[in-house]
Ligand binder design. Structure first.
Ligand code: HEC
Length: 388
């Protein structure tokens, strides 16, 4: 007798999750696609949330109560499987039941740690600014280790599916598409706690809509305009926060003197969050020989600009660029050139010398030529555009 085992929401969930996980994997290879990685990650989170709800209200084979069993039953099932005999079940057998739970748990850990990283490191996502850069780094270690663990779980899952199909001849992969299975031994009849088969059209429709909504949320949660925009360089200097004396994030406020002296009358501005305090002290102490020019100011002006630079130095910043520059600098002598910091050198190692010589760029220190958001200090990956 052919019966419906996997209801529509369960099947949709399964393949939507597969698609999101593949997207997450592909977009994890480079930071360039981090927006898509995050969007797919949000979608994974939504699908996991949906599956947990569906584990309580779905059709009988979708319910946790039907496939999560105690140790003794799970142990029995495991020994049957190990002796390569098909287990006596038509839905998930108890061993698979635990694997399903583990997968949901691992995916929840991955997506939640992802949200923390996106917020703390990139200052993005719906929790942007709620986590510090340091907590994002802890989350990143967890995210990386668990991601590898998940790959192992997936390999086990897919191989088990292949064993069921080719050794036990159960056709389970196709059943996850069609939803039906051949129940020649009448296993389904003996299924305990079974609510009536199929939980009604309206319930299905509701869940369908929920699924679409949740998936859609994943897609819209990343800022599409930041990916597509090619507008003029943002003149807004206030889009980053700096920490005040008590470690509380406060908006960055531009100092007019700095803006005039260092920006308008000389070179383009370098955001103060890009160098640590000791570097700015060294820069301001050596203005008479400022990278080959005499840029001396009177002592009051020097004092005011230095105060501003220190109040907004890398140590007080929450941006990824500033924190990574600080990290790679370690205890190095006060470097006065941003373009000599190990992080900068590493990030630009693939940019060829000849590119800097283009008329539209002229020098590596012309940050704004390639980084549309240089003025904000953020240096977001999506805002990089190397001009011809
Ligand atoms: C010729 C164009 C060009 C110039 C000029 C340039 N950059 Fe970049 N920058 C790039 C490119 C391209 C990348 C991306 C490298 C990658 O990810 O492979 C990058 C990456 C970065 C990153 C890392 C962004 C991230 O989150 O991964 C930072 C920070 C950065 N640049 C800062 C600067 C600063 C500061 C200056 C000026 C002193 C500057 N850049 C000048 C092209 C440029």
């Amino acid at each position: 007798m052919k019966i419906v085992v996997w209801d529509i929401p369960t099947r949709l969930f399964h393949w939507a999750l597969v698609a999101s996980c593949i997207t997450v994997y592909i977009t994890s290879r480079t930071e360039r696609y981090i927006e898509f990685h995050a969007a797919a990650g949000y979608a994974v989170f939504c699908f996991v949330l949906f599956r947990i709800i569906w584990g309580f209200v779905g059709n009988r084979f979708a319910r946790f109560s039907q496939f999560i069993k105690g140790w003794s039953e799970t142990g029995k099932c495991l020994s049957t499987l190990l002796s390569l005999k098909p287990p006596r079940s038509i839905g998930h057998n108890p061993v698979v039941g635990w694997v399903v739970l583990i997968m949901l748990f691992v995916l929840a850990v991955l997506s939640i740690s992802g949200v923390v990283i996106y917020s703390g490191e990139e200052n993005k996502g719906f929790l942007a600014g709620y986590f510090t850069f340091a907590s994002a780094q802890y989350a990143l270690s967890l995210h990386t280790v668990v991601a590898y663990a998940f790959v192992v779980v997936i390999v086990v899952h897919v191989s088990a599916a292949l064993v069921h199909d080719f050794v036990f001849r159960e056709n389970i992969i196709v059943s996850m598409i069609t939803g039906t299975k051949e129940d020649s031994q009448g296993f389904a009849l003996g299924t305990e706690g079974a609510p009536p088969q199929g939980s009604g059209r309206s319930a299905r429709l509701a869940v369908f809509l929920l699924l679409c909504m949740l998936g859609g949320w994943g897609l819209v949660s990343f800022n599409i305009t930041s990916v597509l925009s090619s507008g003029p360089v943002s003149e807004s200097f206030s889009s980053v926060d700096v920490l005040d004396d008590n470690g509380v994030p406060t908006p960055f406020v531009v100092n007019e003197l700095w803006f005039g002296e260092c920006g308008e009358s000389c070179h383009g501005l370098f955001h103060p969050t890009l160098l640590p305090e000791k570097s700015w002290r060294a820069v301001m102490a050596g203005l008479d020989e400022h990278f080959g020019d005499d840029a001396s100011l009177d002592s009051e002006e020097t004092e005011e600009i230095l105060k501003f630079l220190i109040a907004n130095s890398a140590e007080r910043s929450t941006t990824e660029a500033s924190q990574k520059i600080l990290w790679t600098l370690g205890e190095a002598t006060p470097l006065e050139r941003i373009t000599k910091t190990p992080y900068w050198l590493k990030k630009h190692s693939k940019v060829k010398e000849s590119i800097y010589n283009r008329g539209s760029i002229t020098s590596p220190s012309n940050c704004v030529a390639c980084h549309r958001d240089a003025a904000t200090g953020r240096f977001d990956d999506t805002q990089i555009m190397v001009p011809d």
